[in-house]
Design a protein around this ligand. Structure first.
Ligand SMILES: Cc1cc2nc3c(=O)[nH]c(=O)nc-3n(C[C@H](O)[C@H](O)[C@H](O)COP(=O)(O)OP(=O)(O)OC[C@H]3O[C@@H](n4cnc5c(N)ncnc54)[C@H](O)[C@@H]3O)c2cc1C
Length: 384
């Protein structure tokens, strides 16, 4: 039996960022990761993730602003470029764009609305049929590099990171006492931060009451640009009904240098078991993606798609779960946009784990009164 102050279960981007934030505060923390360092079975692997300040709710814009500052801080500490600014565009459904514009305005984030013709001239690789919202701070996070930097800096600040260490059981032994069992040992800790991505329900669903978490297998693809010198913003197309997307809510994309233009369809709802998935692209979804690209991304070769496989975890309202029940803190930063927010979500989780003064009051409920069923809401971000 060993004793630690905080154990983190799961070393994706959220767990690794939480280790960094806790280690910076001088907390005794160990991160346990089930697989090897560069595994591809979760949600955080790969060369790129889009970063956006543009969200339809002001609370998320605020949290993204906080994340932006923390990504820049991480870059300063590790001496590497992690977030490349490319600018980003939203287009499509007018109501969705109005919500994004209103949320950006309320946070005084700069943006411009361009006529479709001007956007087509500026970014000829994309098709625009309606006004376009341009936000200049959007960009590309170098995903693998980010996760490696987070872990390295966490270790430099005193955290311990163990790979190939699956946690078999997490238990509660009082308000400030949790028990974590691996194959080799039993660890007692004041707090356990569970950031196990799609494995969260399996691991602690029987210990705390979780919201419904839907795990899906997503399959974006890299497409070869016709012109290597073309400028590509990251983009989010709020797809309207009747458009060629096979029923997806939105299409997203960004350039991954050396790999092509990554394009994916956000669908939601097709459940997958993270331990049983095949990693093979579903033929029907591949056809839908190819048809979307053929219709809306004229600057790439639609038949050149090379598919990626990644799991996504979502709540019904597309919110994050950042909450505490007694000694168990849960960080499930979900819904296809969790990478952007990871360091800010980690700061919330670090607050929950340490109970610092900046913890929003709703997260300070003692174990008996906190069923861990609430999703984070806008007002919870006020202190960030
Ligand atoms: C196709 C796709 C595209 C995306 N694009 C974007 C984007 O453009 N922008 C954006 O912001 N976000 C994007 N996201 C979302 C983002 O990548 C995820 O929200 C984020 O990576 C989630 O990280 P995580 O740390 O919560 O989970 P994970 O990365 O899944 O990490 C969980 C970790 O826990 C470990 N683990 C599980 N069980 C145990 C156990 N019992 N013991 C020890 N370890 C355990 C796993 O091995 C894993 O390493 C995308 C996601 C997908 C799938």
């Amino acid at each position: 039996m060993t004793r630690r102050d905080v154990v983190i279960v799961g070393g994706g981007v959220v767990g690794s960022a939480t280790a960094w934030r806790l280690a910076r505060r001088g907390v005794d923390v160990v991160l346990l990761e089930r697989f090897e360092a560069e595994h591809v079975r979760g949600s955080s692997h790969g060369a790129s993730r889009g970063f956006r300040l543009a969200h339809p709710r002001a609370g998320y814009v605020r949290l993204a602003q906080h994340a932006f500052a923390l990504w820049r801080q991480l870059e300063g500490e590790c001496g590497q470029e992690l977030l490349t600014t490319t600018g980003g565009v939203d287009h499509g459904d007018a109501a969705a764009l109005r919500a994004v514009a209103s949320a950006l305005s309320s946070r005084r984030v700069p943006y411009a609305v361009l006529p479709a013709a001007q956007a087509r001239y500026r970014w000829p690789g994309l098709r625009f049929e309606s006004p376009v919202l341009y936000q200049p701070d959007a960009g590309r996070l170098h995903a693998d590099r980010c996760v490696a930097a987070l872990r390295r800096l966490a270790v430099e600040r005193g955290a311990e990171v163990r790979y190939r260490t699956p946690v078999r059981h997490v238990g509660v032994d009082g308000d400030d006492r949790a028990v974590v069992r691996t194959d080799a040992e039993v660890i007692r800790a004041r707090r356990v931060v569970v950031t196990a991505g799609p494995w969260v329900p399996d691991l602690i669903g029987g210990v705390v009451r979780l919201p419904d978490l839907v795990v899906t297998q997503d399959q974006p693809a890299h497409f070869a640009p016709a012109d290597d010198s073309a400028a590509w913003p990251s983009f989010l197309h709020h797809v309207g009904t009747g458009e060629p997307s096979g029923g997806a809510r939105a299409a997203y994309g960004l350039l991954t240098p050396g790999e092509g233009l990554k394009v994916g369809l956000a669908r939601g709802g097709v459940r997958a078991d993270p331990d049983l998935r095949t990693f093979l692209p579903d033929a029907r979804l591949a056809t839908e993606l190819r048809d979307y690209v053929r219709g809306w991304v004229p600057g790439v070769e639609a038949t050149s798609g090379r598919h990626l496989s990644c799991v996504s975890t979502s709540t019904p309202a597309n919110d994050f779960v950042l909450d505490r029940a007694g000694p168990i803190v849960v960080g499930s930063a979900c819904s296809g946009r969790g990478f952007t927010f990871a360091p800010a979500a980690a700061e919330v989780l670090a607050d929950l784990a340490t109970g610092s003064a900046r913890t929003p009051p709703r997260f300070r409920l003692p174990y008996a009164r906190s069923p861990l069923a609430s999703h984070i809401a806008d007002e919870a971000f006020k202190t960030y």
